[in-house]
Design a protein around this ligand. Structure first.
Ligand code: ADP
Ligand code: ZN
Ligand code: MG
Length: 477
């Protein structure tokens, strides 16, 4: 029997706010341990929470970007559990009445449009972070109380690749909307997997396994590539999959049992007595709606349509927002009639160098004006494409102006026809066989002659001009 995977993802995202969810402590990564803490986020008795309005806005804005419905009333519950990383011994979250429900995310996989339904995106708070040293442990509560959005999909995902594409699109949406910086290395996005298998054609869901501890989207993909066959093989052997939580071991590339259903927590949820329900007023909702931005998929299509660039380049610009802006600025500020070529320079040459040298756009030594000037030199034929790459590399290293580099290195192409004609005459005189071949219709012979002229000019001749001169001269021999 053939089996298929059924996957639902729960993604936690830290919201980009100045302060924490219920107090005025800074929401900041990398401060000294336990410096961004106060009686509220440490759960001292009697300390009262005050909602962060910006976090409420970002939550609703996320809902709108994910095509969700925004109920006019949301409620906060306490989720009770005892664990060292939670000073309060409960987490404030939304269970019965979340801020946003019933949406979807659309993205492309190859040529196909895929849709994953969103069950809900609800607001909660992050917990502290445990550190383990030799023989002792410590907890840093700076992260405790940071606003955290949990985005839960319906079980609509069917493969490891689709899970990866969904997460990539979700991240792009959240970045575009200014919801979160989504810095994976700083743990700003974390994802848990729910996965089951069932016979192809079956409409009932199999028993699901939850997997935790992936620290990247590719980790999610790898965990699924391991877990799906593991479950299918188990079922084929006649075993029953039992509901459990498994831990992904990235180094070993396996999942292993963490806890079974029997030792699942009872969180004893109850409405938080310190917090009023959150009522969504129509005028407030309108003001949030006015901040909805273009979705990445729509932006991709517009980039392709407006600039004639490839889908691959458009993807790069959508997934790397600052680079996409750089592209649009360069096109807008230059006189180029060839945005496709600009995209090519930015995606291949510029991005390639930035990746290799680990430099960000902010860290470039040369200005955008210099980059535009360089493209102009190549496009107008003043320097060859190869010389352009040489100039780019020098400019990347030193920040010097392209025109100065061209002068300094003597890279200007010779387009002056007097000088070129003399060289063409020389090449024609020295290669009568090729001249004859070309006259007899062998087009490749012209390339050989062109090569000879390029050599005579030490690579500085403008090849297009040379081709024209040679052809004219040979045909009138
Ligand atoms: P729980 O009650 O265990 O939290 P939920 O119904 O809230 O489960 O779903 C949690 C996540 O698991 C959602 O993303 C959902 O799509 C997914 N999910 C639910 N049932 C299954 C299943 N049988 N197989 C795969 N994923 C599932
Ligand atoms: Zn605090
Ligand atoms: Mg649930």
């Amino acid at each position: 029997m053939e089996y298929e995977a059924v996957i639902g993802l729960e993604t936690h995202v830290q919201l980009r706010t100045e302060t924490k969810m219920w107090c005025s402590c800074r929401n900041e990564y990398g401060s000294d341990p336990n410096t961004n803490v106060c009686p509220v986020c440490l759960g001292f008795p009697g300390a009262l929470p005050v909602a962060n309005e910006k976090a409420m806005e970002l939550t609703v804005l996320t809902g709108l970007l994910l095509n969700c419905r925004i109920p006019d009333r949301a409620q906060f519950e306490r989720k009770n559990y005892f664990y060292p990383d939670s000073a309060k011994n409960y987490q404030i979250t939304q269970l019965a009445l979340p801020s946003t429900v019933d949406g979807f995310v659309e993205f492309e996989m190859g040529d196909e449009l895929r849709r994953v339904r969103i069950n809900r995106a609800h607001l909660e708070e992050d917990v502290g972070k445990s550190f383990h040293f030799d023989g002792e442990s410590g907890v840093d509560f700076n992260r405790g109380g940071v606003p955290l959005l949990e985005i839960v999909t319906e079980p609509d995902i069917t493969s490891a690749d689709m899970a990866y594409e969904y997460l990539t699109s979700l991240k792009a949406i959240l970045e575009h909307g200014g919801i979160s910086d989504c810095d994976m290395e700083k743990g700003m996005v974390r994802c848990d997997i729910n996965v089951s298998v069932r016979p192809v054609g079956s409409t009932t869901l199999g028993e699901k396994v939850e997997i935790k501890n992936m620290n990247s989207f590719s980790g999610v993909r790898r965990a699924l590539l391991h877990e799906i066959p593991r479950q299918i093989e188990a079922v084929r052997r006649g075993e029953k999959i039992r509901q459990e939580t498994r831990r992904w071991d990235d180094t070993a590339g396996i999942t292993e049992t963490m806890r079974t259903k029997e030792d699942a927590h009872d969180y004893r949820y109850f409405p938080c007595p310190d917090l009023m329900p959150f009522i969504v007023r129509p005028d407030w909702l309108e003001s949030v709606k006015s901040r909805v931005v273009e979705l990445p998929l729509a932006r991709k299509r517009r980039l392709i349509e407006d600039y004639g660039i490839s889908a691959g380049d458009a993807d790069v610009f959508v997934n790397d927002v600052p680079l996409g802006q750089y592209f649009q600025d360069v096109v807008a500020e230059s006189s180029t009639r060839n945005p496709k070529n600009v995209a090519n320079w930015i995606v291949n040459t510029l991005r390639g160098a930035m990746t290799e040298k680990e430099v960000s756009l902010d860290g470039l030594k040369f200005s955008r004006r210099h980059f535009i000037d360089l493209l102009g030199l190549v496009e107008s034929g003043k320097i060859s494409r190869n010389a352009g790459l040489e100039v780019f590399n020098a400019m990347f290293e030193t920040g010097a102006a392209p025109a100065d580099i061209v002068d300094q290195k003597g890279l200007a192409q010779v387009s002056d026809s007097g000088a070129l004609e003399a060289m063409c005459d020389e090449a024609i005189a020295a290669n009568p066989r090729s001249v004859e071949d070309f006259r007899n219709g062998k087009a490749a012979a012209l390339n050989f002659l062109k090569g000879q002229v390029m050599r005579l000019s030490k690579g500085k001749a403008n090849p297009a001009v040379v081709g024209g001169i040679l052809e004219k001269k040979i045909m009138s021999l």
